[in-house]
Write a protein that binds this ligand. Structure first.
Ligand code: ADP
Ligand code: MG
Length: 256
């Protein structure tokens, strides 16, 4: 049974998609069959893997709303062991279309029941909101990865996310764990960034990944090549940081 990880934070621009794409590529490169689910209407994970959202015929939208099977909609990628359940523009409407549907919070969880058997890891790239799409992602997940940008407002909004996780545990998904808080876009020359790292580690001992993702231009330019930095420039500092994170995640998963 694959482990399902939701990459979530309702703040935009904190590194969710970069993390979802590079971590799933890292897991695939390490030989683990991995499925990346793009749950964000912006479709950046889909385009980051080289697929133009306009080329997508069926997407996670059709899985959630029309109950198409995830197996039918998942696509191979150019990276061995890595599969993609793409997003499409229709997903913008899904937030509202889900409202009247039966078991609206469980659509993703139910869609994954079969396909989980075929993968070791399933990563869900959540949109920057705490609406029904993210609730579906968190209800389907075993654990959450929470990227936090190393800047002054890093912790802003985190309590709302932790409240949502607490609510989901009480109601929809009692087993939901926090896999870890991930510090992203770290700039070692910036003393504030060091303060943020210390503060987050003090507030959440044992819940912060040891691996820290540096600010690195390869990570920001690789989406325009439709290839994760993990593949496009494996020697870059950004890719090496995601490789270390991949290793840390695998170790933690074996231990738990
Ligand atoms: P989110 O999915 O949370 O909105 P993204 O992963 O899309 O965030 O990142 C926001 C922007 O910052 C993107 O342009 C991305 O390429 C860039 N970015 C993300 N992580 C890094 C990093 N470690 N170094 C440099 N740029 C980054
Ligand atoms: Mg994103």
């Amino acid at each position: 049974m694959g482990r399902v990880l939701a990459v979530a934070n309702q703040k935009g621009g904190v590194g969710k998609t970069t993390t979802a794409v590079n971590l799933s590529a890292g897991l695939a490169l390490a030989g683990h069959r991995t499925l990346l689910i793009d749950l964000d209407p912006q479709s950046s994970a889909t385009s980051g893997l080289g697929l133009h959202p306009r080329e997508v015929e069926a997407s996670i939208y059709h899985v959630l709303i029309d109950q198409r099977s995830a197996e039918d909609v998942a696509l191979e990628t150019k990276i061995a062991n890595l599969y993609l359940l793409p997003a499409s523009r229709d997903l913008i409407g899904a937030e509202i279309e889900l409202v009247p549907l039966e078991r609206r919070e469980y659509r993703m969880a139910e869609a994954l029941i079969q396909i989980r058997r075929d993968f070791e890891f399933i990563l869900i790239d959540c949109p920057p909101s705490l609406g029904l799409l993210t609730v579906n992602g968190l209800t389907a997940a075993d654990a959450v990865v929470i990227p936090l940008q190393c800047e002054y407002y890093a912790l802003e909004g985190l309590s709302a996310l932790l409240d949502t996780i607490g609510f989901i545990r009480q109601t929809l998904n009692p087993g939901l764990e926090i896999q870890g808080l991930l510090l992203t876009m770290f700039d070692k020359r910036n003393s504030l960034a060091h303060q943020v790292v210390n503060e987050v580690r003090q507030h959440f001992p044992d819940q912060v990944f040891e691996s820290i993702i540096p600010r690195n231009v390869r990570l920001s330019e690789s989406p325009s090549y439709g290839t994760p930095a993990m593949v496009y420039d494996r020697r870059s500092r950004g890719a090496e940081a995601y490789a270390a994170l991949t290793e840390e995640l695998i170790q933690n998963t074996v231990r738990s």
